[in-house]
Design a protein around this ligand. Structure first.
Ligand SMILES: [Zn+2]
Length: 431
């Protein structure tokens, strides 16, 4: 495995360079054409489509539902969905992280809507992922770097990155903070990666003096990084966060040394379905993926293009932010009675304008014009804030041409919303 990782890492180091975007896209088109030929030979699902006259540019889009429905015909390693699902569920229950089938790691992804997805990664793909991560995210120093990975569950994906340049330690999401902090104090990582809610916890522990680490790089992944969390984490540790945007569907983007997110267009083609100016839903075709092709896969996320090019000069598209999931776009009733699309970022900004007391919050759409607003850590309770918040939200409704909002406030957070924290939630379906 280590040799495979090294091989892929060298491939990156010696790999193609693009002068500009035109050159990159030309190279990408060649990769896609080659990938289509490979699909014809290995994936029954895409072979049939190619024989019907479809091309890599015109394949029908898949979403999670279609991806699972055609699982057996799409995958190229002859894995049966039901068998894989049974195995993955068993591993999940036993908190074993990774189930293996035909040399592939089988993982589960949980969608916000509750439908499970199955994902496969061969040994080769796991090695390539690790190498890509090292190349794109970690900045190798002169001495051996101690890296702390904080994961949801120990996954085989990460297991084997250990070399002369790097030493990795894995931590499961901490159930008890104190022993975990002691462990980190002892390890003194140079690099620390975790989801933003955990990084925020660590920043608070550092401020209290319970944690005293001095990492040179911190990597945030797996959740939307909220601007206020970023600010607290960066100022506490005195660094610029590296952001990794990764889903089970692929490694989609990472920040460069300037802190700008760039799409990994040298691994996948990312088509943009525009929702409004600069705001789009990505459609992924990962031309490096082999065991389970991800082709024209519509991701449920909303991305916003950067308006200016990044000073790093990378030809890879720069992204201003990952705004949230399509599931969490609000549809509030407009003045004409029709639903109006309200993006998570607008909700977030209104929330920040309306109050500055809460330590944390959740905004939930619960009806056609109904919002539940949860706030935690209010020292003087809700009463002194309520009028101001009410006024700010009604002004927001006016500005977006909505009917007056019905607001309910709570001086606590809703009970657990799962492992991934979400601040903007739509629990109401307009159907
Ligand atoms: Zn850049």
């Amino acid at each position: 495995m280590k040799l495979l990782i090294l091989y892929y890492w060298l491939r990156w180091k010696l790999g193609p360079r693009w002068r500009d975007r035109t050159q990159l896209l030309r190279w990408q088109a060649r990769q896609l054409a080659r990938y289509a030929r490979w699909l014809r030979r290995h994936s029954p699902y895409y072979r049939t489509l190619l024989e019907k006259g479809y091309t890599i540019d015109s394949f029908p889009e898949v979403d999670k539902k279609a991806f699972m429905a055609h699982f057996n015909a799409i995958n190229t390693v002859g894995i049966d969905r039901d068998q894989a699902m049974k195995l993955a569920l068993k591993a999940e229950r036993e908190e074993d992280g990774a189930a293996m089938l035909h040399g592939c790691a089988v993982g589960l992804s949980t969608g916000t809507s509750g439908n499970r997805g199955l994902f496969l990664a061969s040994k080769r793909e796991r090695a390539e992922w690790a190498a890509t991560m090292m190349h794109r995210v970690l900045r190798p120093g002169l001495r051996r770097q101690r890296i702390a990975f904080i994961l949801r569950a120990n996954s085989q994906l990460y297991e084997s990155i250990r070399s002369r340049l790097f030493e990795f330690r894995y931590y499961d999401l901490p159930r008890h903070l104190a022993p975990f902090l002691a462990e980190l104090n002892g390890y003194q990582p140079h690099v620390l990666t975790a989801q933003p809610s955990v990084l925020r916890l660590l920043a608070e522990a550092q401020q209290r003096g319970d944690l005293a680490i001095h990492p040179e790089q911190m990597v945030s992944y797996a959740e939307v990084l909220e601007p206020d969390d970023r600010q607290v984490i960066e100022s506490t540790f005195g660094l610029t966060l590296t952001e990794v945007y990764q889903a089970t569907e692929g490694f989609i983007a990472a920040t460069c040394a300037h802190g700008t997110l760039h799409l990994n267009e040298d691994i996948m083609r990312i088509e943009r379905d525009y929702l409004s100016e600069g705001r789009f839903q990505p459609i992924l075709t990962d031309f490096r993926r082999r065991s389970q092709p991800v082709v024209r896969y519509r991701l449920n996320d909303i991305l916003v293009e950067a308006s200016e090019s990044c000073p790093c000069g990378s030809p890879l598209q720069a992204i201003a932010r990952i705004e949230g999931r399509m599931d969490d776009v609000f549809f509030l009733t407009g003045k004409q009675g029709k639903p109006v699309t309200i993006f998570p970022d607008w909700v977030r900004r209104c929330m920040v304008r309306s109050q500055d007391q809460a330590e944390d919050y959740v905004v939930c759409q619960t009806g056609p014009s109904d919002l539940s607003i949860y706030l935690s850590g209010l020292r003087e309770g809700l009463a002194p804030l309520q009028a101001q918040m009410e006024a700010e939200w009604q002004a927001f409704a006016e500005q977006k041409a909505l009917q007056p909002l019905r607001l309910t406030f709570f001086a606590h957070l809703p009970t657990s919303t799962g492992i991934k924290r979400r601040r903007i939630i739509r629990s109401y379906a307009d159907e």
